[in-house]
Design a protein around this ligand. Structure first.
Ligand code: AMP
Ligand code: ZN
Length: 494
């Protein structure tokens, strides 16, 4: 059978060219996708979760279309300095110092937290989740190659990428972000620590560790640590090759992180790395970017439990995911309690209609063109992963399902099957929504409540109060709970 990706080819907005382009993978039928993962020095916030959920949605769609996908999402556990540039303390080491823990205890704690959040939000695990500290050897090798190729220099035990030399010899630093080298050169000369660099725009590939810097490794140049941008170049090359398909991250990573990654890739292999560079837009709170450093971060955990003053209640993770999927990944998404309440309504209506659909019977013929609807859903998804348009099509189907007044839907057997299959697949497999299973604590509470109801009914029967006993049984049946009287007493089933 022809794979779905031939029928519904994907078009992607490529940040590298600024154009929407047809997606043609480097190797037919396979997708290599690299996404910059979290720096694990604090709990992931809802903005981080939005970015990773967007890429999970793409991962799911590629797989659904029949591609074989290798999805690499790294963990940054060293080298990311405080100011996102070449100076300051390592973010992880700083947290370790404050909490009087080993840096790897910090890494472990927040990696576990990240995985818990991803599991709750129903994001599939990536195929490979490499860490920066696990790839020091590969990073040192890449620096050696870049030096050999003449695009980096040593200075006082550190190694810097020579941006001006790179651009003079045919490199294109600025290709992604549109920044001009002249502007970058003039900008930051006054900053501390710039004296080691030939030019202000140069960036560190390796930094010599100061005596108090605890995360350090031996290298040909000094005992030190790799520059933040290098890990992604080294790990994407190692696991996906010098030329691969997709590279993703949030918009804030476009510059300097991804710009530097591209320069490193070209300087070491002659290729830019990925063909398609994607950037997710920001989750905002009152119009301001949610961020760890500005203190306006809401944690996914707080959203699930409702434990945040901005929230009127808790929301289940599938509702939170639906809230994110309602916006296109390249649009800003503003967080509010009202928006979550509205998403909850929509989410429950959609899942309710899918439940109704499973109970409907086919008719002789169809009054709704299901194949045309299926095509429109795929076209939306393949048009740069347009989840909001897909959701609007899903709601067109919801309207149709809910308009069926009796058990017969007005669809032939084949169309009913197709609609059922695709509604389920779009909602659960591709958008990644999840029917919430009742938690153990809910089950326990229900058992206790049912014990009480069964006891009250038994008392009513002992008192020959048949009316009360009948009302209890009838109302429970209406609520989907069946009572069963047996030799050992009364039990219930849902
Ligand atoms: P970090 O752990 O800071 O490196 O960030 C992890 C990912 O989350 C990166 O891809 C960021 O671009 C992304 N990110 C950070 N803040 C936001 C936000 N407010 N909205 C969406 N994505 C974000
Ligand atoms: Zn990265």
């Amino acid at each position: 059978m022809e794979p779905l990706y031939r029928k519904y080819p994907i078009f992607i907005e490529n940040s590298l060219t600024g154009k929407k382009e047809i997606f043609l993978p480097v190797s037919d039928g396979r997708v290599g996708m690299y996404v910059c993962g979290p720096t694990v020095y604090s709990d992931v916030h809802l903005g981080n979760a939005r970015t990773f959920t967007s890429y999970d949605f793409m991962f799911r769609y590629f797989k659904h279309l029949g591609y074989q996908v290798r999805y690499v999402r790294n963990i940054t556990d060293a080298g990311h300095l405080e100011n996102d540039a070449d100076e300051g303390e390592d973010k992880i080491a700083k947290k370790a110092r404050i909490e009087q823990l080993e840096p790897m205890e910090i890494v472990q704690r927040y990696t576990v937290d990240f995985h818990e959040v991803m599991e709750k939000i129903n994001a599939l695990p990536p195929s490979i989740e490499p860490t920066a500290t696990g790839h020091i050897v590969e990073q040192i090798q890449m620096i050696k190659t870049i030096i050999e190729n003449g695009w980096a220099y040593q200075s006082n035990g550190s190694v810097y990428f020579d941006v001006e030399n790179y651009n003079t010899k045919g490199g294109d630093y600025g290709v992604l972000s549109g920044r001009k080298l002249e502007d970058l050169q003039s900008g930051s000369r006054a900053l501390d620590g710039q004296e080691e660099k030939k030019n202000a725009a140069d960036f560190a590939l390796w930094k010599k560790a100061s005596p108090e810097h605890i995360m350090r490794w031996p290298s040909p140049w000094s005992e030190g640590f790799p520059g933040w941008h290098l890990e992604c170049s080294a790990m994407s090359t190692k696991y996906l090759g010098e030329q691969f398909d997709i590279h993703g991250g949030g918009m804030d990573l476009k510059f300097p992180h991804h710009e530097c990654e591209i320069a490193q890739n070209v300087a070491s292999s002659g290729h830019k790395g990925a063909k398609y560079w994607l950037h997710t837009n920001m989750l905002t709170l009152n119009g301001k970017r949610m961020s760890k450093s500005t203190g306006n971060a809401i944690l996914p955990k707080e959203l699930f439990t409702g434990q945040n003053p901005l929230l009127s209640k808790g929301f289940n993770p599938s509702t939170v995911r639906f809230f994110m999927m309602q916006a296109h990944y390249s649009s800003i998404l503003d967080f509010s309690d009202d928006a979550l309440m509205a998403a909850e309504k929509g989410h429950d209506k959609l899942l309710g209609a899918i439940e109704t659909l499973s109970k409907l019977q086919p008719s002789e013929s169809s009054t709704y063109n299901v194949q045309d609807w299926v095509d429109r859903c795929y076209i939306a998804l393949s048009d740069n992963f347009n989840s909001p348009i897909l959701i609007s099509h899903l709601f067109e189907a919801v309207k149709f399902i809910n308009s069926c007044t009796d058990l017969s839907i007005g669809l032939s057997k084949g169309d009913l099957q197709l609609l059922t299959e695709k509604m389920n697949c779009f909602a659960f497999d591709v958008l990644g929504l999840r029917k919430e299973e009742s938690s153990d604590s809910h089950k326990e509470a229900l058992n206790k409540a049912m014990d009480l109801v069964i006891e009250l009914r038994a008392k009513a029967r002992d008192n020959k109060d048949w009316d009360t006993a009948d009302i209890i049984r009838k109302q429970l049946t209406e609520a989907g709970i069946q009572l069963k009287d047996g030799a050992d007493g009364t039990s219930y089933t849902l």
